[in-house]
Design a protein around this ligand. Structure first.
Ligand code: NAD
Length: 495
């Protein structure tokens, strides 16, 4: 049995006292065991990070930028390998895994502009001979705690900007699919990140608790479910750390009567069932304005949902893979079963589809006439279940979305520019799509929800990450004229 060890100071460390099992969700077979860190293991990894971080922070910006450029090229060269690892442990289809890798590459591309991002401000002659400027310095050692559903992209959301700004990173990936992080660590080091600057520690609550309490950790980036995000935020903030904790979601897509219903149905099916609904930006509720629109749209979505090809993610014909675990599949299925007892109309019942073998497959489900009090509406299901809530007006649809505790992403489908513009102002959600069902911002903009979808002040990656991973300082200076000048005819070099 393959053992996935912690990666500390550029090498595998072990053996661990405790392990967890890693499965291939398409077959149900165990593919590896992963080490679970103790508090002492976390202490060792934070020490390694602290020691290595000082030299990394002192490495010139141009050199650090060149590491980012090399990492970008390595990711492109290893994209297929990384996607295969993702599919083997997460289950998503290979094309989707490749999409995840390419979105992660965007974060490295953004980080490669670090020389620009780290520019400070300067005011000259604020008083007689006095100048003022600002510095952005790294926080130190950053904990990056990531979920199972994007095993490469979310680690890249965090590590690219954290490393570019001169921090060391202790990455604690999901114990369900930890292997992508191991390849990322190897690639970062091949790109030129010195050993000890990017460490991977595996584990469960014990490892996370130790990171939250460790005095050597300056900032915590967390992405996962809302209950854990809320608790991480509270505990890390109480320990005096800078913290951003991104949580779960219930993303609504409003469809107006004037929308192109075929395009809306295509978008809804792609965004609801892509990655088996295990995306924090997945559309899980369609809010359809007008009964006639709803009748037509439900028929179109149902037809498409029934036709989806579900199978092993390595099979090119598969459009949707399995869920992450057998327990999760049972939980997701229970919402579909429960919906009909609460008065919902199960138009497509994915629980009725049977699959051969031991994989954690579940068919796509569509539930119409959902009321906001039903569990299928109130809970984040994180599976291939799409609810339809019928609204009479635009105002009623917006009120519904704004009343939800989650506020990660949302979309409106309409041909009316005025309605679309009004929506962007009315809606209380962090990421908004106009005829775009998955409005995941490109790497040059930051990602983040509102309300129970994000705890903390900073969104993740993009410009807000530069602020999150640095501390600023204001320097006020008065200098006599320099007397130590010398002649040097060489072309100035930064390397
Ligand atoms: P999760 O909350 O179960 O786990 C996330 C991380 O926290 C993992 O590394 C896990 O090991 C750790 N963890 C789990 N239980 C813990 C505990 N009791 N104490 C301390 N640490 C603990 O989430 P998941 O199931 O891996 O991922 C799916 C969730 O993540 C969904 O809710 C999804 O919406 C959310 N998500 C959000 C975003 C976003 O950007 N907002 C992105 C991706 C996923």
């Amino acid at each position: 049995m393959r053992t996935i060890e912690h990666h500390v100071g550029g090498a595998a460390v072990g053996p661990a006292a405790r392990h967890g099992a890693v499965h291939n969700p398409a077959t149900g077979e165990q593919s590896a065991q992963v080490a679970f860190a103790s508090t002492a293991d976390v202490d060792a990894v934070v020490s390694a990070g602290s020691e290595a971080q000082r030299a990394w922070a002192a490495t010139g910006l141009v050199k650090r930028a060149s590491v980012m450029f090399r990492m970008r090229e390595l990711l492109v060269a290893h994209a297929d390998e990384l996607a295969a690892i993702i599919t083997s442990e997460h289950g998503k289809v290979l094309s989707d895994a490749l999409g995840e890798v390419s979105r992660g590459i965007e974060n490295v591309e953004f980080a490669a502009g670090l020389v620009q991002h780290l520019k400070g401000e300067h005011s000259t002659e604020v008083a007689g001979g006095v100048d003022v400027h600002t510095l952005k310095q790294p926080v130190g050692v950053v904990a990056a705690i990531t979920p199972f559903n994007f095993p490469a992209m979310v680690p890249l959301w965090m590590s690219a900007s954290a490393l570019a700004t001169g921090n060391a990173v202790v990455l604690k990936p999901s114990e369900k699919d930890p292997s992508a992080s191991m390849l990322l660590a190897r690639l970062w080091e091949e790109a030129g990140v010195p050993p000890g600057v990017l460490n991977v520690v595996h584990g469960d609550k014990e490892a996370v608790d130790a990171l939250l309490e460790h005095p050597g950790i300056g900032a915590v980036s967390f992405v996962g479910s809302t209950p854990i995000a809320r608790s991480i935020y509270t505990r890390a903030a109480a320990a005096g750390k800078r913290v951003q904790a991104l949580g779960g979601a219930k993303n609504h897509m409003i469809v107006m009567p004037d929308a192109d219903l075929d395009a809306a149905a295509d978008a809804a099916v792609s965004a609801a069932y892509g990655s088996a609904g295990e995306r924090c930006m997945a559309i899980s509720v369609l809010v359809v304005v007008g009964d006639a629109t709803a009748d037509a749209l439900v028929a179109k979505v149902a037809e498409r949902a029934r036709a989806l090809v579900i199978g092993d993610g390595t099979d090119e014909s598969s459009q949707m893979g399995p869920l992450i675990t057998a327990e999760h599949r049972e939980r997701v299925a229970s919402y579909v079963t429960g919906a009909s007892s609460e008065g919902g109309e199960v138009v497509v019942d994915g629980t009725a589809t049977s699959f051969d073998g031991g994989g954690y497959f579940l068919g796509a489900s569509l539930v119409d006439r959902v009321a906001p009090t039903m569990k299928v509406y109130t809970d984040e299901i994180f599976g291939p279940v799409l609810s339809v809530v019928r609204a009479e007006t635009y105002e009623e649809a917006v009120r519904l979305v704004n009343a939800n505790a989650y506020a990660n992403g949302t979309a409106i489908f309409t041909r009316d520019g005025g309605t679309a513009r009004r929506f962007t102002h009315d809606i209380q959600v962090g990421m908004v799509g106009i005829n775009v069902p998955l409005p995941v911002p490109i790497g040059a903009y930051s990602f983040g929800g509102w309300k129970d979808s994000l705890f903390g002040d900073s969104h993740i990656y993009g410009p807000e990450s530069i602020h999150f991973y640095t501390r600023s300082k204001v320097v006020t200076t008065r200098w006599p004229d320099p007397e130590d000048s010398q002649i040097d005819l060489g072309f100035p070099s930064n390397h």
